[in-house]
Design a protein around this ligand. Structure first.
Ligand SMILES: Nc1ncnc2c1ncn2[C@@H]1O[C@H](COP(=O)(O)OP(=O)(O)OP(=O)(O)O)[C@@H](O)[C@H]1O
Ligand SMILES: [Mg+2]
Length: 590
């Protein structure tokens, strides 16, 4: 569990950022082309004050020929077009980066172990995928080029100014240390704040997504007041950080404009004197003022750039944190030996979700080919956990899990899961149609239309699908919300039929269905179990009695095994347990 929070502690460096970019394999040539093109736009704007100067100072009709006018207009047009192309090229670079980053993060999400998802809100993961990648893209495509062209603009303006009048230029440069003095500390603070803002946004996305996902729970338990409060808290936090950001911006812009005013006044005062004694033209003075803007503006952009760079470093840190997490372990693709997936055995297995808190201890059992074995025991004793371990959602701490005598750690995860059918306690349904749900995870060509039809028939799902207007192509809503519990279960069963696994794991739902649906589901399950090795977590007496072998799990320990009659004789707890089931089932049948 330690490595899951790891991404919060290590700070990303600029090197990490660059190596992350390196991994997106973005076309550097294209990026450089974009930057070079954007130079032209900047160069164009550097010429404007010079033109203004010559207009003011030496405007006469002889100089202003049609050819010159055409040249000026042409220059502007060309620089505008180049600007546009540069924008497009840089956008392409950015979109490529964001696409590659998202692909990498998404692929990683699919490979991370279940443990990661136990510890992380899904909304937070979504925020990594959507927001953090966007921040990096923004830095590369908009802030970085701005800094490059800004630098060009400053350097260009400075050179021109020194050529125009070096004394005047020196005076103007008073503004540089003044603005840096303001910009640097504020920029640093800003970076910290926006990083916190990012984190809070991710948390808020996470919690609100969870609430909206369980909206029925909220309504039925009148959770509005509570949720309003907790929602407000998140919103309030975001507001606070937003305001902190605003405060710094609010400081930054008036301070910058004051500095600018100060320099403008200096220039006008000094320039006025120079104009008066004839050592400088009015045009030059106006040009100076215009260049001043071209120097100050990019400087504020630098402040922004450092903020954005900090943000991007934060995002990089989180993305790298995710990318370097260990994948769920896999034996690779090579199957060591031909495994038929018929028998399954636990050999002294111990496991805990967290260290030092064992949930299963020294569990050993066997299920022979075509046998049906049942797990019975009180709630929370660890029955579903056994199934999770067989699916290899988690790694066991001690012992071995064997399939046909082969340790499952040596079996490719894909093969393992392909040959095991798992009908969970609550049938998992994804949004989409019933057909998409039944064929979920199977590849095109692995099933035919008749197979689907047979699965639907055998699972008794046809009974309700036939009544739906769109039949099997009916949309089921998010998590199958538009279906009843029994319908969802039958879709789950149909899915298992279509998958046709060698080993079947069945976690019977405890929720009682009405006796008609219950019978359908029961018959569907009986049908599904035929000719397979079946492990079933049994809550129904009928399932228990039919089993070849029953394992009684109590608080993570295997406390008894045998057939129903054997256990009835020898295991007091089992007897009480099944007696209760029996009374309940009796109640159900009448
Ligand atoms: N993902 C998890 N992370 C941490 N602890 C878990 C997790 N899943 C289950 N547990 C804990 O492990 C124990 C066994 O849970 P399990 O789901 O295996 O019980 P069960 O026997 O299937 O119960 P039920 O009959 O109610 O379904 C419980 O104490 C539970 O709190
Ligand atoms: Mg369970």
């Amino acid at each position: 569990m330690g490595n899951i929070k790891e991404n919060k502690t290590s700070a990303a460096t600029f090197r990490d950022f660059m190596s992350l970019l390196e991994r997106t394999r973005v076309n550097k040539g294209l990026f450089i082309t974009g930057i070079i093109l954007s130079f032209f736009g900047t160069a164009g704007s550097l010429i404007v004050p010079l033109l203004t100067q010559s207009f003011i100072d030496g405007f006469n009709t002889e100089m202003f020929t049609a050819g010159l006018a055409a040249a000026i207009i042409g220059l502007f047009l060309v620089s505008a077009v180049l600007d546009g192309i540069s924008y497009y090229v840089l956008a392409k670079v950015g979109q490529t980066i964001i696409r590659r980053l998202r692909e990498m993060v998404w692929d990683k999400f699919l490979k991370l172990p279940v443990k990661y998802y136990d510890a992380t809100k899904s909304g937070e993961s979504v925020s990594r995928l959507v927001n953090d990648t966007a921040i990096i893209k923004n830095l590369i495509t908009s802030h970085f080029p701005q800094v490059i062209t800004g630098t060009l603009s400053i350097v260009g303006a400075v050179i021109i100014l020194f050529i125009l009048d070096w004394r005047m230029s020196l005076i103007m440069f008073i503004s540089v240390p003044l603005s840096l003095f303001v910009i640097l500390p504020l920029g640093r603070r800003m970076g910290r704040i926006s990083k916190q803002l990012q984190d809070e946004t991710a948390t808020f996305t996470g919690t609100s997504q969870e609430t909206l996902g369980e909206i029925r729970l909220m309504k039925s338990f009148n959770g509005e007041a509570y949720e309003r409060k907790s929602g407000r808290r998140g919103i309030q936090t975001l507001y606070r950080y937003g305001m902190k950001e605003a405060f710094i911006n609010a400081l930054l812009s008036p301070i910058m404009s004051t500095v600018m005013m100060f320099v403008i006044i200096l220039i006008i005062a000094y320039g006025g004197l120079r104009v008066a004694d004839g050592t400088m033209t009015i045009g030059t003075m106006v040009a100076f003022l215009l260049y001043l803007f071209q120097i100050i503006m990019p400087m504020t952009m630098f402040a922004m750039f450092f903020t954005e760079l900090n943000k991007a470093l934060g995002a990089t840190e989180r993305i790298i944190g995710i990318l370097k997490m260990a994948d769920e372990p896999d034996a690779g693709t090579a199957k060591k030996q031909e495994i038929t997936f018929n028998s399954i055995a636990f050999d002294d297995v111990s496991f805990g979700y967290t260290e030092g808190a064992p949930v299963l201890e020294n569990i050993s059992f066997r299920a022979e080919p075509d046998q049906k074995v049942a797990f019975v025991g009180p709630s929370g004793s660890g029955k579903s956990t056994i199934f999770s371990l067989i699916e290899r959602y988690y790694e066991i701490d001690e012992g071995r899990i064997l399939i046909d005598g082969e340790d499952i750690r040596n079996i490719p995860v894909y093969e393992l899961r392909k040959n095991i059918g798992y009908v969970a306690q609550e049938s998992a349904i994804v949004s989409g149609t019933i057909r998409e749900n039944i064929t979920y995870g199977l590849r095109e060509g692995e099933y035919s239309e008749e197979d689907i039809e047979r699965a639907v028939q055998s699972s008794y799902a046809s009974e309700f699908i036939g009544e739906l207007e769109d039949g099997i192509d009916t949309e089921v809503g998010e998590r199958g919300i538009k279906l009843s519990g029994g319908q969802r279960q039958r879709i789950g069963i149909a899915r298992a039929f279509l998958k046709d696994p060698e080993i079947l794991m069945l976690d019977e739902a405890t929720a009682s269905l009405d006796s008609r649906s219950e019978r359908f589901v029961q018959e569907a399950l009986d049908e599904l179990m035929k000719g397979r090795t079946v492990l079933v977590i049994a809550h129904r007496l009928s399932t228990i009695i039919n089993s070849d072998n029953i394992f009684f799990i109590e608080n993570g320990h295997l406390t008894g095994s045998g057939t129903h009659t054997e256990l009835m004789r020898m295991h007091a707890m089992y007897k009480t347990f099944t007696d209760q089931q029996f009374t309940r089932d009796q109640g159900l049948r009448t």
